[in-house]
Design a protein around this ligand. Structure first.
Ligand code: R5P
Length: 279
């Protein structure tokens, strides 16, 4: 039985599943969140799909999990399309929390199985005490990219090269990566690198677009080397602080999946969930 998490309404609508339960979510005047399942889950094997960005949806996730347990669900598979706090996968400085582990611990308390999509750091899977799997939307993004007739795929940094390699190989397009250094939360530097993109159409693929700084720096480098068209695609489009409008000035197009629902969602991960989770 599909449990339609309030953080992923359009994605849940796109999933072909005959049995489903809606979840009512409302906010009290003091900002606290109320959750109620609008159907019977007693004895059911439940699949909850709920993203966790922004934070409101993370709180909803915890309360829906509790409601499923309270109402006698037989088993719970939790699908978190965008796993927030995945960039805090370790304590970088003394005193910091490992925020992504805190989420994993709570999900493990309630659920029997866990899935996410293009998790920023796969090491997070080890924080779960239940079977945990990471699916990739890169193939879907690669297929979507074909409409731009790309000559090259690029990762904006070395950390994303395996993801982009996978996407590129799926559709038979050459690929490469750039070298990024993060200066602070909203500033990055991308070193010039000699790449053969003169007059070419390029698609830059990443897991997350947050402030857009990474993508914009990558586009500048590629345009400087003569690229004619540059498109930006990612799995998780956070687009904080109006990043989507900033990106429009630098790119021929910007696209992402519906792991976080918004206006640039041109690719749905529904087929990925249908094949791997709902089958
Ligand atoms: C970082 O390693 C990630 O893969 C993304 O490149 C990063 O989160 C994007 O952030 P922003 O859009 O703020 O540059």
């Amino acid at each position: 039985m599909l449990i339609k998490g309030p953080g992923s309404p359009r994605l849940c609508e796109r999933l072909k599943d005959s049995d489903s339960v809606e979840v009512r979510s409302k906010v009290f005047p003091d900002g606290e969140i109320y959750i109620r399942l609008e159907g019977d889950v007693k004895g059911e094997d439940c699949i909850l799909v709920q993203t966790t960005y922004p934070d409101k949806h993370l709180i909803e996730l915890l309360f829906v999990l509790d409601a499923l347990l309270e109402n006698g669900a037989s088993s719970i598979t939790t699908v978190i399309p965008y796993y927030s706090y995945s960039r805090q996968d370790k304590a970088f400085k003394v005193g910091e929390s490992v925020s992504s582990r805190a989420i994993a611990s709570i999900v493990s308390m309630y659920a029997d199985k866990f899935y996410c999509i293009d998790l920023h750091s796969k090491s997070i899977l080890d924080f779960f005490d239940i079977p945990a799997d990471n699916l990739s939307a890169m193939g879907l993004l690669a297929e979507h990219s074909l409409m731009y007739e790309p000559d090259f795929f690029f990762s904006p940094d070395e950390g994303g090269k395996e993801r982009v390699k996978k996407a590129a190989e799926k559709v038979g397009v050459p690929w490469d990566y750039l070298e990024k250094t993060r200066i602070d939360g909203s500033t990055v530097e991308i070193k010039p690198k000699n790449v053969e993109v003169e007059g070419k159409t390029v698609v830059i693929l990443d897991d997350i677009i947050s402030t857009g700084g990474t993508m914009i720096e990558a586009a500048k480098q590629l345009f400087e080397q003569g690229a004619e068209h540059v498109h930006a695609g990612c799995t998780h489009g956070l687009f904080v602080g109006g990043a989507d409008r900033k990106l429009e000035k630098h790119f021929d197009s910007v696209f992402c999946t519906d792991t976080i629902e918004g206006k640039n969602c041109k690719v749905t991960i529904a087929p990925l969930l249908e094949k791997n989770v709902l089958n």
